[in-house]
Design a protein around this ligand. Structure first.
Ligand code: DGL
Length: 263
């Protein structure tokens, strides 16, 4: 069966994965997409690995019911805890996202990099494995961004509360003389302007969005399922809470439809 015109599926614990969705659709404008915002169950980062795997299965099955030809796990926490299981269980290709500590390790001059991610990501076996491959001379300062995802899900990206919480996480990293900060959660790219303000633009902020988009394209080409039809793409978003914050984050984006749905 020819799958080329079928959509690419995305899921995240909420609206954060739209940061990845934006990169993928910018690189692959012909592709139709289906995005699941599992905001009802956010944050995933505080849950046990078994629960994260169960949620990843639920989301994957819904995307497969929507005939997705490839699934982007647009969530570091779900990738680091569940992608091994998903790849073993389903035939469809999966693209995952992991904190970009390898590129940061190549860039740092102070030999100190900071990483801001969820507890679930930093405690995962996959993250531990990736970290162990980094040059031993480089010090990785891990910080759990407790509370950041709920504030983003509540639409409080530019709030004072957010600025204070972020400052409490970033300042200690600056005191440790990091020169690169890895954003290990797909919600966090929406905090880049605030982080730049706190760090006075003195450090490099690294996220994995573009790398994920390039990898998605490479896998579509490899499987010969890229959409080569030059028609306007259709983008369906499903969210299992109120859609207001998602609508706001996607405002001015053309060709999208957002539906509130329980899943
Ligand atoms: N966007 C998810 C990630 O990349 C957020 C995790 C959460 O819900 O705690 O890790």
């Amino acid at each position: 069966m020819k799958l080329n015109y079928n959509p690419i599926g995305f899921f995240d614990s909420g609206i954060g994965g739209t940061s990845i969705w934006k990169e993928v659709t910018a690189l692959l404008p012909n592709e139709n997409t289906v995005y699941l915002s599992d905001s009802k169950n956010a944050p995933y980062g505080e849950k046990h690995a078994d629960e994260i795997i169960a949620l990843a299965i639920k989301n994957t099955e819904l995307l497969l019911e929507n005939n997705c030809k490839l699934i982007v796990v647009a969530c570091n926490t779900a990738t680091t805890n569940a992608i091994t299981y998903l790849r073993k269980t389903y035939d469809v290709p999966f693209i995952g996202i992991e904190p970009a500590i390898k590129p940061a390790a190549l860039k740092t001059k102070s030999k100190k990099i900071g990483i801001l991610a969820t507890k679930g990501t930093l405690n995962s076996a996959l993250f531990e494995k990736t970290s162990s491959t980094i040059d031993q001379q480089i010090i990785i300062k891990e910080t759990v961004g407790t509370g950041l995802v709920p504030l983003i899900e509540a639409g409080k990206i530019d709030s004072r509360e957010m600025q204070a919480l972020l400052t409490s996480y970033i300042k200690p990293l600056l005191n440790e003389h990091i020169d690169c900060l890895v954003l290990g959660c797909t919600h966090y790219p929406y905090l880049i302007p605030s982080i730049q303000k706190i760090t006075d633009n003195q450090i490099e902020i690294i996220d994995s969005g573009l790398a994920v988009a390039k990898q998605t394209k490479a896998i579509l080409v490899q499987h010969q399922i890229i959409n080569d039809r030059n028609t306007e793409a259709h983008h369906q978003f499903f969210i299992n809470t109120k859609k207001t914050v998602l609508e706001n984050i996607l405002k001015n984006t053309v060709g999208i439809q957002i539906t509130e749905k329980d899943f």
